[in-house]
Design a protein around this ligand. Sequence first.
Ligand code: PLP
Length: 410
Amino acid sequence: MSKYGFTTTTLHSDRAKPIEHGAVHKPVHNSAAFCFTDAHDLVKVFQGEQPGFVYGRQGTPTSAALEEKISRMEQGILTIGFSSGMAAISATLFSLLRAGDHLVASSFLFGNTTSLFESFGRMGIEVTFVDATEAANVEAALRPKTRMVFVETIANPCTQVADLAGIGTLCQARGIVYIVDNTITSPVLFLPKNVGASLVVNSLTKYIGGHGNALGGAVTDTGLFDWSRYPNILDLYRKGDAKTWGIVQIRKKGLRDAGATLSPEAAHHLAIGSETLALRMQRTCSNAQQLAEFLAAHPKVKRVYYPGLTNHPQHDRAKKLFCGNSGILSFELKDGIDCFDVLGKLEIVISSTNLGDNRTLAIPVAPTIYFELGAERRASLGIGESLIRISTGIEDPEDLLADFATALGD
Ligand code: PLP
């Protein structure tokens, strides 16, 4: 663990190894392949006997520098970067699960993650979705072939907070791989390692990058899981420290073979963005809190979902676990008020599907990100047809509140 604080550690992580020509940032290495003056060295890198780079699909010095930053942020042992958050999730499951295995997942997940898990279901991996706000629901779903439990920290769009500590204790007692998607909280607000997570996923596209200018994803091994107990590690990778077997298999099977590589350009953008993560997160959380309180008190608003509000069902849990409640909040307008009318009147706030940008973004949930599910499934997940999801940015709070006041006709 670094002796420095979060931002100091992130800012100076590149310099832990010498940087070419004394550059302050790790430069962008846009080379598809890497050459060796002695072919013996090429062989050694291929065989894992010597560190180095051989081919860009498997990693570059630029992505490695970002991976190092993420490992430090998550206090993990190793990180692998991918072309997107979804690529990180699919590669992790693809590498570590086999037909006949069972996965328990939260019912409150990012829609594309749920859709991905359903695809795994069609390929012989059984998936059970449970309300993960109670560890008892996860426990009740466990089977002898349950290999993994997958949850998010604060769910998007209705902001349910999973029983992260309870599930961690359960997974540790049963020797089950516990994967936490930390995208919404980011390692500034929450360290999944502290609740026993084995692997942490982050969409770097969101808060870590922060500027909405690059896609990326990462999976970090916290070092807590003993992979010698995991039956799906191939004999090929059962060598060296057993703590690294899982992440090595993800790098080989999930990154090298599946090939959803993080480009050096994107890695560089994300690394620069990550330098201000802690600073941006403070403003993002404070803007979200102010906006949630404003909307909750507004006569045209029916309901607001935000863990920072005292009437949120997991408010106390969020307070205990997180250093802030992040920037995702959703609200429903009173019946008869057209959400498109309100969205159309917002001047600063942008209608967009992304989240975690410096700019505040809004999206009508039902006809966009939850459209494929259909009305019945949306209702079962508690997603109202007029629900609007907001991702607060770092604008001046008075401008943001004034924009909503105008749009709501104040
Ligand atoms: N995980 C969560 C919680 C997300 O909200 C998202 C995207 O919104 C993803 C993963 C996927 O990330 P990406 O868009 O980088 O693939």
